[in-house]
Structure formats: structure tokens, C-alpha cells
Design a binder for this molecule. Structure first.
Ligand code: HEM
Length: 503
């Protein structure tokens, strides 16, 4: 495993995808637009913030354009770029003001005041309708209860136990790609789609103790049923969140029916899993903890389903997209890749059967820097939308209850004051910074404060082990015919059309 595969593994991008569910979602937006306009016009004016400066850029058309083109991230980018000297300003969306916060210290302040003073916006919670009560959608004491259970999966006792299954799943993934490169050389592979199986298998094994093995369920290029159903989930949730009218309660669109099928599938998994013996052992991870809570009467059956669903939705696309972006950056920077390869080969040389322990991955310092820099330049979550529920003072600016607030973390990443030459890919800027402490250096890839991503510690392990073995076994480079990467916003930032690879 540690020797480099002789066959080159090329990375490239094309717009070819067999089915693009986001295309359907785009058409469905026309239907949503009608209700959106009526709602905005009828919306009751919230308490205004005359003391906050208006944005220098008219927003309405850009807002509509960005929604219909899956470019919501660009809407906020255009706004903070048009207001470079403002750490707080407001965007007027007809009758609705949106308060934008771009200063890292103010962002930390708001995050630290969740969930007491700031909650998720109502639209987001409505968009998650059908997903039940879970750690993501909950607020107040209900959230704090679910949060304890979810976060406990990644504590210092349980996290080290994940290294073994993750090593096994990575080995399967590498073997599948190796077989493909030998059997079908020069045939294109959609890397993002393939890596989807990897992240899903990791989630099922670590979260529910179940070996889904979607990696080996088919050859490269075939999409397992569960992943087909997962593909429309993020897009559908985004569309729901942006719609002021809860159309899905009255009418089932094409993507709604796909979404519902996915929810049914997770319910089936839940019913199947809780009848298994292993569900009552610690091996079942989150599922085990949820079962214990249910036995104590602290949560019900629906909450087990809701938190399993949340674990999959919050952990799947985020991880696979982050992996796709990082591999693209490595392919684009062969000089950096060579240095990382040396680091990886040195670490693997001291392992038995290429098994990477937590201690080994701690040594992959340069690789960690690459991942952090990739998450800075391609922030999966580039803004966080919140509602202020209790009057607050941010810096010296008053924010009133009822205000909609957006934390544009990406504005920090693109600010030369915090990141000199912000457009450049420079992993060395993260020298000596660990994943855990990246927020001290203004990288909020996993959020900040009490609602920070609980899965971040596992993400680190699953990314480092995967990259180490991919880099050691394949030569990664851009194909000659590669085109520029285009981002779209499908709940999280995503490479449009996936990331196609050629061998
Ligand atoms: C690269 C991968 C990931 C990124 C970039 C990421 C990013 C984030 C961010 C920014 C938040 C905070 C959102 C907010 O402030 O409202 C968050 C929350 C969350 N993440 Fe992740 N995440 C990743 C992977 C995962 C994984 C693998 C899991 C589970 C196994 C997970 C589970 C969650 C949950 C449950 C929440 C909600 C926490 C709460 O509201 O208390 N995430 N994630």
C-alpha cells in the first residue's frame, strides 16, 4: 500500500453529470419566486436599525439572481466586497433588513451568545420540516440535551476508537480506485461522487456501528441507491429555506418526493438498527447513546430518527465536499503536493501495514496545513444566518430582538488584514496551528462557540487518513483538459458538477 501506484491519477473537472438534481431545483424556484415576492411585500416591518449604515450595494436583484443560479454565497460576497470598511452594515431586502457582521471578534461574540440571544432563523427550521427534533434544529434546553449526546461521540475516550474503522474504510476506497485504474485506464471518474461513498460509510460505521459498505456495492461510476437519494437532500433543504411559503406541505415537487424517499430510507434504517443486538453495545456509537437516552425516557423514538438523520445530513456532504476541494488544490499545486508526499511517505514508512494511528496522523503537519488552507479558500459554510431573540450590543452597535443577522465568515478569510495575500493558496500560513485551534486564528470552518461543529475532530481523522493513503498510492495531477472550478451553493459550497478525475 505504501508504494506509489505506477498509474497516474489525474484530477480534472468537467460539467458532465448524468443527473443534476440542482437543475430541477432551479426550475422549481420559479414557482417559489411568486410566493416570495408576495411575502416580502406583505411582511410586517420589524424594528428598524437606523443607527446601522446601509450597504453601498443595492441588493434585491443580486439576491434573486444568486438564488436562481445556486450562487447564494456570491450574494454575500458581493455585499461585503462593496462595504470593505464596515464591520457591521445592513442590507435592505425591500422591507426586510439583514444585518451583516464581518469582524471576527464580533462574529465570536454573537456565536458565544447562542442559543440565549441568537437562534437559527425560522426559515431554516421550517426548511428542515420532516427531519424531526434534533441537535441542529433544536434551541434552548432541547438543543442542549441533544447536543450533549451528539458531542459525546467525539470525546477523548470514543474518538481514538474511530481510527481502526476509518483505516479499514480508507483501504477499501483506495483498493477500489486502484482496481479501477488497472482495469479501466483513462476512463473518467467523478471523484466527488466516489468520495461520497467513503464519507457515508464512515458515518454509518462510527455513528451507528453498521458496515454499510457502499464503497464495494458497485464499481467505480455506479451510484449506490442511498447516495442517489441523498443527492437531492441539500438542494431541497436550501430551496425550502429560501421559500417564504411552505409549499411542500401542500404540493410535492419532484425533488420533494426524492427528499421524502430519503427520509423514509433513514426511518427504515432506524427501525432495522434498533432491533439489532449491537445497538445496545457501545460499538453502535451515537445510536447506542440515543438508545440509552430513550430507555431513560429522556428522548423518544422520533428523536432517535431525527438525530440519526442529522448526523448523516450534517456530516456527509460537508466532508465529501471538503475532501474534493482539498484534492483539487493539491492537484493544482504540484510543488506543495511533493512536499506533502514526502511527509506522508515518511510517516507511513514507520507504520505496520500502513495502519495510521492518531499518533501517526499528528505527525502529518503539512497535510493539516493544506486542509486548513483549502477550507479557508473554499469555506463550505461561508455565512451563518441567525435571528436575534434578545436585544444585544455587538462592539458598540445595538442589535434589537427580531433582527436577522448574518455572520459572513468568508469576509474575514478574504481580508488581507487577517490573511495577507488572501487569494493565494499558502498552507504555510497555518504552520504550528492545529485543527482544534484554528478559530484562534480566525478560521471558523467549523463555526465557533457552543454550537460549533461537534464532528470536527472526526473530520480531521477521516480527512488525514484518507489523504495520506491517496497521496501515497496515486500521483495526483490536473488533466490537460481541466477547466476552472465553478462553485455553487447547495446548502454548503460545492464544486458544480462534481470533481471529475481521469486515470
Ligand atoms: C468538513 C466537514 C464539516 C464542516 C466544514 C462542518 C461545518 C459545520 C459548521 C460551520 C457548523 C456550525 C453551524 C452553525 O454555527 O450554526 C456545523 C454544525 C454541525 N455539524 Fe458540522 N461540519 C463538518 C462535518 C461534520 C460531521 C462529519 C458531523 C457529524 C458526524 C457534523 C455534525 C454537525 C452537527 C450535528 C452540527 C450542529 C451543531 C449544533 O447546532 O449544535 N459536521 N458544522
Amino acid at each position: 500500500m505504501s508504494s506509489t501506484n505506477a498509474i497516474d491519477y489525474f484530477c480534472s473537472l468537467t460539467k458532465k453529470t448524468p443527473i443534476n438534481f440542482n437543475q430541477y431545483i432551479k426550475y422549481e424556484y420559479v414557482f417559489v419566486l411568486f410566493f416570495m415576492i408576495i411575502f416580502i411585500l406583505l411582511d410586517v416591518h420589524k424594528r428598524s436599525h437606523p443607527h446601522i449604515k446601509n450597504s453601498n450595494k443595492f441588493a434585491v436583484f443580486d439576491f434573486l439572481y444568486s438564488i436562481f443560479n445556486n450562487r447564494f454565497h456570491l450574494f454575500f460576497r458581493h455585499q461585503f466586497e462593496a462595504n470593505p470598511d464596515q464591520s457591521i452594515f445592513k442590507i435592505n431586502l425591500l422591507l426586510q433588513d439583514l444585518i451583516v457582521i464581518t469582524d471576527p471578534e464580533y462574529i465570536k461574540h454573537v456565536c458565544n451568545n447562542r442559543p440565549l440571544k441568537y437562534t437559527r432563523i425560522e426559515g431554516l427550521i421550517e426548511g428542515l420540516n420532516g427531519c424531526g427534533k434534533n441537535v441542529f434544529s433544536g434551541e434552548g434546553s432541547q438543543w442542549s440535551h441533544h447536543r450533549k449526546v451528539t458531542a459525546s461521540q467525539f470525546n477523548t475516550f470514543k474518538l481514538p476508537k474511530m481510527e481502526k474503522p476509518i483505516n479499514q474504510i480508507v483501504d477499501r476506497f483506495v483498493k477500489k480506485l486502484e482496481t479501477h485504474t488497472i482495469e479501466q485506464p483513462h476512463q473518467s471518474v467523478n471523484f466527488s461522487k466516489e468520495v461520497s461513498s467513503y464519507t457515508l460509510d464512515v458515518l454509518f460505521k462510527t455513528g451507528f456501528g453498521y458496515d454499510l459498505n457502499s464503497i464495494e456495492s458497485g464499481q467505480v461510476g455506479t451510484t449506490p441507491k442511498i447516495i442517489k437519494r441523498l443527492e437531492c437532500v441539500m438542494g431541497n433543504i436550501t430551496k425550502r429555506c429560501l421559500s417564504p411559503f411552505h409549499y411542500w406541505k401542500y404540493y410535492t415537487t419532484f425533488t420533494e418526493s426524492k427528499f421524502n424517499k430519503f427520509l423514509d430510507l433513514v426511518k427504515d434504517f432506524k427501525n432495522h438498527f434498533i432491533q439489532q443486538d449491537y445497538a445496545i453495545t457501545e460499538e453502535a456509537g451515537l445510536l447506542h447513546s440515543l438508545m440509552v437516552q430513550m430507555k431513560q425516557g429522556l428522548i423518544d423514538d422520533d428523536e432517535i430518527y431525527a438525530n440519526m438523520l442529522c448526523y448523516i445530513i450534517a456530516g456527509h456532504d460537508t466532508s465529501s465536499k471538503a475532501i474534493s476541494y482539498a484534492i483539487w488544490y493539491l492537484a493544482k499545486h504540484p510543488d506543495i503536493l511533493q512536499k506533502v508526499k514526502k511527509e506522508v511517505v515518511d510517516v507511513l514508512a514507520n507504520t505496520e501495514n500502513s495502519y495510521l494511528s492518531n499518533k501517526d496522523i499528528d505527525k502529518l503537519q503539512l497535510l493539516q496545513q493544506v486542509l486548513l488552507e483549502s477550507m479557508r479558500l473554499k469555506p463550505l459554510v461561508s455565512f451563518i444566518l441567525l435571528e436575534c431573540i434578545e436585544d444585544d450590543v455587538v462592539g458598540d452597535t445595538e442589535i434589537y430582538a427580531g433582527a436577522q443577522v448574518v455572520l459572513t465568515t468568508e469576509a474575514v478569510y478574504r481580508n488581507a488584514e487577517y490573511f495577507p495575500e488572501p487569494e493565494e493558496f499558502k498552507p504555510e500560513r497555518w504552520e504550528g496551528v492545529s485543527f482544534e485551534r484554528c478559530t484562534d486564528y480566525n478560521l471558523f470552518a467549523f463555526g465557533y462557540g457552543p454550537r460549533m461543529c461537534p464532528g470536527r475532530k472526526m473530520v480531521r481523522v477521516q480527512m488525514l487518513i484518507l489523504f495520506a493513503k491517496l497521496i501515497a498510492n496515486f500521483d495526483i495531477k490536473l488533466a490537460e483538459n481541466s477547466i476552472e472550478l465553478v462553485d455553487e451553493h447547495v446548502f454548503v459550497l460545492s464544486p458544480e458538477g462534481g470533481l471529475n478525475s481521469y486515470n
